[in-house]
Design a protein around this ligand. Structure first.
Ligand SMILES: Cc1cc2nc3c(=O)[nH]c(=O)nc-3n(C[C@H](O)[C@H](O)[C@H](O)COP(=O)(O)OP(=O)(O)OC[C@H]3O[C@@H](n4cnc5c(N)ncnc54)[C@H](O)[C@@H]3O)c2cc1C
Length: 399
């Protein structure tokens, strides 16, 4: 089996790599590499740089302003973006709501929202989860009551990523309680600074502010902020989740972490004259993680071939979500182990002639710790691993 990309795709890769190495803002790459959070202004600057190039909404069809790339080109682009250490694009706009808007939105809605997303000018947040509705999302109670040409919104959304950077939020709301719980859900949009909206930070285990609680008290939005039909929001929400779950693969980022891990393991002292990489148990774990990334990549290729043939990511995206999560956690656990082992032995080895330990550890350990802690949440967001397994059992395997 020959998995090499054709020469014209490798030329495309060269062009993308050159852009990231020479034109993309270097300060943003450096801050991300240090494991530090970006400000709202930096997030916008990062995404507008890609938007100005026409390289932000890479999966969108050309008629909506996408670059018209093949699946292979999109894959190579993502690989290069992650290789260069460019911050992951905030997915709520380009990957989640964008495809919902161009698939189910009116012409007026497309004209209003797609340009701001595509150009990176406007940030978005995803208002699905509620304090009493996470895995069982269809139980949501966030209420939208129609009054004339407006909906009046009341309720709380929680774990809302990046709401502090957002201009807009898309919401699953309940407009009817009488039928099955999947019915009576409506997909609405609101500005995040409308009167009556309050965004409260939630600080996670890594000490960072990525999450929020967002409360709505008698917030009025125009009826034309509704996507599609009233009561059909569940259908649109599931279409969105297929795109969300495939987006977690991030093969390039994983390969970059593995390369860093190999480098640090070749240096990190492991007692005596040995390095961490000389320890068969550690080397086996590292090779195991590399093989896990290879097999994740094969699975992603299978799903992408189905998408290229005209399909949507569908329920099989749950397989990618689980594999990507487990592989990410496998790698970041090793990163933490390597940092801890190196730090423990470091003091004994610090007299060795080639010791340059403090600087190396100081550069490596904080981002490794941030990646490890951030990775714990991946088996929860976008639907927990248990929920993905239920989907695979019922809808993929038909059990
Ligand atoms: C870092 C992070 C970012 C997030 N970002 C967003 C966001 O931007 N927007 C948004 O809307 N939401 C977001 N979420 C919320 C996320 O989607 C929910 O946390 C998730 O769906 C789980 O819901 P829950 O927290 O209510 O847990 P629960 O649903 O209460 O689950 C608790 C436990 O029970 C298990 N469980 C529940 N039901 C079943 C079942 N039927 N079978 C087997 N096991 C089950 C779960 O797997 C889990 O282990 C984010 C979460 C995190 C951690």
């Amino acid at each position: 089996m020959d998995l090499a990309f054709a020469p014209e795709l490798e030329r495309f890769r060269g062009k993308v790599r050159h852009y990231f190495e020479t034109e993309f803002p270097g300060d943003i790459i450096a801050k991300t590499a240090a494991g530090r959070s970006l400000t709202t202004r930096e997030v916008r600057r990062s995404e507008q740089a890609l938007g100005a190039k026409g390289w932000l909404a890479t999966g969108w069809p050309a008629e909506y302003g996408g670059p018209g790339w093949s699946i292979e080109q999109q894959y190579i682009f993502d690989e290069e973006l992650e290789r260069a250490g460019v911050p992951t694009v905030t997915p709520m706009g380009v990957i989640y709501v964008g495809p919902v808007l161009y698939t189910f939105g009116s012409e007026e809605q497309k004209a209003r929202w797609l340009p701001g997303i595509r150009e990176g000018r406007e940030g978005w947040a995803q208002g699905y989860s509620e304090p009493e509705a996470g895995s069982d999302l269809a139980s949501l109670q966030f209420s939208a009551v129609r009054e004339g040409d407006e909906y009046v919104l009341n309720g709380t959304k929680v774990w809302t990523s990046a709401a502090q950077h957002a201009d807009w939020i898309f919401l699953l709301t309940r407009t009817d309680n009488s039928g099955r719980k999947q019915e009576g859900i409506t997909f609405l949009i609101s500005e995040i600074d409308r009167p009556g909206v309050r965004v409260t930070p939630i600080i996670s285990i890594d000490g960072k502010h990525a999450l929020n609680q967002v409360t709505f008290e008698n917030v009025r939005v125009p009826v034309d902020y509704r996507i599609g039909e009233e009561g059909k929001g569940w259908t649109y929400s599931q279409y969105l989740l297929g795109h969300e779950r495939t987006s977690y693969a991030r093969i390039g980022g994983k390969r970059k972490m593995l390369a860093g891990l190999r480098e640090i393991a070749a240096w990190a002292p492991a007692g005596g004259n040995r390095r961490l990489i000389d320890e068969p148990a550690f080397a086996a774990k590292l090779t195991g993680a590399e093989m896990a990334v290879d097999s994740l990549e094969m699975t992603v290729f299978r799903i992408l071939s189905a998408v290229a043939a005209g399909g949507a990511p569908g329920n099989e995206a749950s397989i990618v979500k689980i594999l990507a999560t487990e592989t990410h956690q496998q790698i970041t656990e090793l990163m933490l182990e390597a940092s801890a082992r190196a730090a423990l032995i470091a003091s004994e080895d610090s007299a060795a002639p080639d010791w340059a330990g403090e600087d190396r550890l100081a550069a490596w350990a904080p981002p490794a710790r941030a990646a490890y802690l951030g990775g714990r949440a991946q088996s929860i967001y976008g639907g927990t691993n248990e929920i993905q397994k239920n989907i695979i059992a019922k809808r993929v395997l038909g059990l």
